[in-house]
Design a protein around this ligand. Structure first.
Ligand code: PGA
Length: 252
C-alpha cells in the first residue's frame, strides 16, 4: 500500500506564536522521521508559511502547503498569492477548491482547473477538495456530483500529471462546527466511485470532514481511502499526534 496522508489545514487560525509552538512540538515528537507508512502534511495561513518552513527545515518528512493560490504567476491581482510565491515561501502543496472557498469566495470548477494546472506547472502537489452539500446528498446525487467536480478540475491532464494530484473528498454536510460526522456506511459508495475512476491514477484519495480521534481508524478502513484531511481535531498538536499514531497503526 502507498503511504497514508494525514494532514491538517489550520484554516484562518493561529498567530505566529501559536504556529511556532505547534510546529516545534511536531518536529520534536517526530524526531526527524514520519511514522512508517504515513505522510504528514500541514497547511497554515499564508502569514505562517515561512515561519513553519523555518521550523520544519528543508528536508522535513512533513509536507507544507498553502490553502489557496492564484492561477497566474504574477500580476495585478490584489490580495492574491501566486503558486511561484507560495513555492518561494517554502510550500510543496497547494490546497484547491475547499468548499469554504467555493461558497464564500467564488471558487468554481473552472478556477479549480486553472489552479490545478498552475500548481503542476510549478511542480507543487495540488490537493483538490471536492464535496457535495446536504441537498445534493438527500437527492441521492453525491457520487455523480463529486465525480463531475473532479472531472472538471482535472480536465486535460495527462496521466503523469494526474498521478501527482491528491484528491480530498470532503462532504460539506460533514465539515466544521455545523457539520455532522459522516458514517462509514455513507462514505462507501462515494469512495467506491472515486476509487473506480481515480484509485490507480491519482496520488491519493483522502477523506475530510469532522474527523476525530473516535472515527479516524474506521474512516481509514474504508476501501480506497488513503488518508485524512483534518481541521479542528488537529489544530491542537496532541490531537494531530494521535491522528498520526492512528495512521501508523492503519498503515501496518
Ligand atoms: P473539520 O474540517 O475537520 O474541522 O470538520 C475539515 C475540513 O474542512 O477540511
Amino acid at each position: 500500500m502507498s503511504e497514508l496522508w494525514i494532514g491538517t489545514s489550520w484554516k484562518m487560525t493561529k498567530t505566529l506564536a501559536e504556529a511556532r509552538a505547534w510546529t516545534s512540538g511536531l518536529v520534536e515528537a517526530l524526531d526527524g522521521a514520519a511514522p512508517d507508512g504515513v505522510q504528514p502534511f500541514v497547511i497554515p495561513s499564508f502569514t505562517a508559511t515561512t515561519t513553519v518552513r523555518g521550523i520544519l527545515g528543508e528536508d522535513s518528512p512533513v509536507l507544507l502547503g498553502v490553502q489557496n493560490a492564484h492561477w497566474e504567476d504574477a500580476g495585478a491581482w490584489t490580495g492574491e498569492v501566486s503558486v511561484p510565491q507560495a513555492k518561494d515561501a517554502g510550500a510543496e502543496l497547494v490546497e484547491i477548491g475547499h468548499s469554504e472557498r467555493r461558497e464564500h469566495f467564488g471558487e468554481t470548477v473552472e478556477t479549480t482547473r486553472l489552479k490545478v494546472a498552475a500548481a503542476l506547472r510549478h511542480d507543487l502537489t495540488p490537493l483538490l477538495c471536492i464535496g457535495e452539500d446536504a441537498q445534493v446528498k438527500e437527492a441521492g446525487g453525491s457520487s455523480a456530483f463529486i465525480l463531475e467536480q473532479a472531472a472538471g478540475a482535472l480536465e486535460g491532464l495527462s496521466e503523469r500529471e494526474l498521478a501527482r494530484v491528491v484528491i480530498a473528498y470532503e462532504p460539506i454536510w460533514a465539515i466544521g462546527e455545523k457539520g455532522r460526522p459522516a458514517t462509514t456506511a455513507e462514505l462507501r459508495e462515494p469512495f467506491a466511485e472515486l476509487g473506480r475512476v481515480y484509485g490507480d491514477r491519482a496520488a491519493g484519495l483522502l477523506y475530510g470532514g469532522s474527523v476525530n480521534l473516535g472515527n479516524a481508524e474506521d474512516l481509514l478502513g474504508i476501501e480506497h481511502v488513503t488518508g485524512l484531511f483534518v481541521g479542528r481535531t488537529a489544530w491542537d498538536l496532541e490531537g494531530y499526534l494521535e491522528l498520526l499514531r492512528i495512521g501508523a497503526r492503519a498503515a501496518r
